[in-house]
Design a binder for this molecule. Structure first.
Ligand code: SAH
Ligand code: SF4
Ligand code: F3S
Length: 476
């Protein structure tokens, strides 16, 4: 069983387990060709789709929320696990049917699966365009080529592309919370992970453009930004301008502070932190600003030092536990914590699996994203280690991990009962129009009677009940 939150929260690690409704705005501008984008995978991909929509709008396309009405369909794909790719393959079968009815339909595969499989994807007859994560400026040209009947591919990875100057079209937004990409790529080489291959070298985005984007969002009524990167703690920027006053050197802590200073009513979240890199300076910055949310996603992956070494995570169990202790010391027990866990990595023994469970017991995460190991071609682990844990063992270990987490989530949620929580209302509750749904500081979904409140408002809610996924309460 997986935890399904009340709200559609785009989570850092894996959105596959949550069915996302598509909220592409419908634009029926006369004479315009229509684009439909479907996004898979992590928040980075969702943010990228918003950049693609902006590029396409500049090229004269309108967006639609209906695949059947579209002239161009893009699937922005994920390659993190085999089942993420299978999902896209199934979707392509469906699109084949659509294209039979409408032969001029252009179908493009974007994102990580495009980058991983490159021209091989053209073996799927329905695919006209293959575009990797750094090729999105080129997309209108690729569409033109496809319209003239040629297959079009651009999978070049860049060392400096950050799309800093492109103002995203907020396809996935509720008008209250928005994703802001602060870096791209990843230079870590976790042995199980395909991301360094699909997203290329790590690069940080110009902070001036980040601040401009966040300020603009606030002015337009948004009240929360999530700063996104695969490893936000390695954000760095140095600009050398002729005016020495304007020189700016920034670490992630510095960037976080600048965004927090935009307005105390703008909540700031970020994802993902890496246990090897998260600094005390970042923790102190969170402590200093009420509007930086008290929530850290700190993926452990495993609780066993030998497995962590094979995974090339570059920290061990003791290091990870020290970071958790430091978080609790600086931010208190109230800080929300979540993790990603992988079961059945190459050669993992039962005792080593028990170490993952005991680490979870030690931390008592509020939330976790949990996966069975899926070997990815080309990764270090695929080359060096045998994928030798039988599927049924991986699954059983995964369900033990999930059971532990469910118990911890329930306990961590119960501690909020009787507390008054500041909730940013994000929209009406999925279950009833009479209720609003939002999140507290710790990223937990809180549902409360709507009264005269509206989305975008901060509301103080006395928590009266909870499940392992949701808190409920009354406005005070
Ligand atoms: N940059 C983030 C994670 C990005 S990928 C970090 O370093 O934590 C999201 C999650 O998918 C990972 O944390 C990991 O738990 C999971 N994952 C990645 N590759 C996987 C694989 N081959 N099999 C199973 N899970 C995997
Ligand atoms: Fe993958 Fe590791 Fe980079 Fe995260 S830090 S994206 S798990 S290589
Ligand atoms: Fe994200 Fe999946 Fe790519 S998790 S970075 S979309 S492989």
């Amino acid at each position: 069983m997986t935890l399904i939150p009340e709200l559609t929260i785009l989570q850092p690690a894996d959105k596959e387990q949550i069915d996302l409704p598509h909220t592409l705005e419908d634009e029926w501008a006369a004479g315009k060709k229509r684009l439909y984008i479907e996004s898979y995978g992590c928040q980075m991909n969702f943010a990228d789709s918003e950049i693609v929509a902006a590029v396409m709008r500049n090229a004269g396309f309108a967006t639609t929320s209906s695949a059947a009405d579209a002239d161009v369909i893009f699937l922005n794909t994920c390659a993190i696990r085999d089942n993420a790719e299978q999902k896209v393959r199934h979707r392509l079968q469906h699109l084949t049917g659509l294209k039979r009815l409408k032969p001029e339909l252009v179908v493009g595969i974007l994102g990580c699966m495009a980058e991983r499989l490159k021209t091989k994807l053209l073996e799927e007859k329905v695919v006209d365009i293959v575009a990797g994560p750094d090729a999105y400026r080129d997309i209108p040209k690729l569409v033109e080529e496809a319209e003239s009947g040629q297959k079009a591919v651009n999978v070049f990875l860049s060392r400096d592309e950050t799309y800093a100057d492109i103002s995203p079209i907020r396809l996935h937004s509720n008008g209250v919370t928005a994703l802001v990409s602060i870096m791209r790529g990843c230079d870590n080489m976790c042995s199980f992970c395909v991301v360094p291959f699909t997203r290329g070298r790590e690069r940080s985005r110009d902070p001036h453009s980040i601040i401009r984007e966040a300020k603009d969002l606030f002015d337009r009524g948004y009240r929360e930004v999530t700063l996104l990167g695969q490893n936000v703690d390695s954000y760095k920027w140095h600009d050398e301008l002729t005016d020495s006053q304007a020189n700016l050197s920034l670490s992630f802590a510095g960037l976080l502070e600048m965004v927090a200073q935009i307005n105390p009513d703008l909540r700031v979240r970020f994802s993902t932190s890496h246990p090897k890199d998260i600094t005390d300076e970042v923790l102190h910055t969170i402590a200093r600003y009420d509007n930086i949310c008290n929530y850290i996603h700190l993926p452990a992956q495993s609780g066993n030092s030998r497995i962590l070494m094979l995974m090339n995570r570059t920290y061990d169990r003791a290091w990870y536990m020290e970071r958790i202790d430091r978080i609790r010391e600086i931010l208190g027990d109230d800080c929300g914590l979540s993790t990603d866990m992988i079961s059945g990595f190459c050669s993992e023994t039962e005792a080593e699996h028990q170490d993952s469970l005991s680490l979870m017991d030690y931390v008592k995460y509020d939330y976790a994203y949990m996966f069975a190991y899926s070997e990815r071609p080309g990764t270090l682990a695929a080359k060096k280690y045998a994928d030798d844990i039988p599927e049924d063992v991986k699954k059983r270990r995964l369900s033990e991990i999930i059971d532990h987490q469910l118990a911890h989530s329930a306990r961590r949620n119960q501690r909020h009962i009787g507390q008054i929580q500041r909730v940013l209302a994000e929209g009406t509750s999925k279950r009833s129009d009479d209720f609003l749904s939002g999140r507290n500081d710790q990223n937990k979904v809180v549902v409360f009677p709507k009264g005269n409140y509206q989305k975008g408002q901060y509301v103080n809610v006395l928590i009266t009940e909870c499940s392992s996924a949701t808190l409920r309460g009354e406005v005070v």
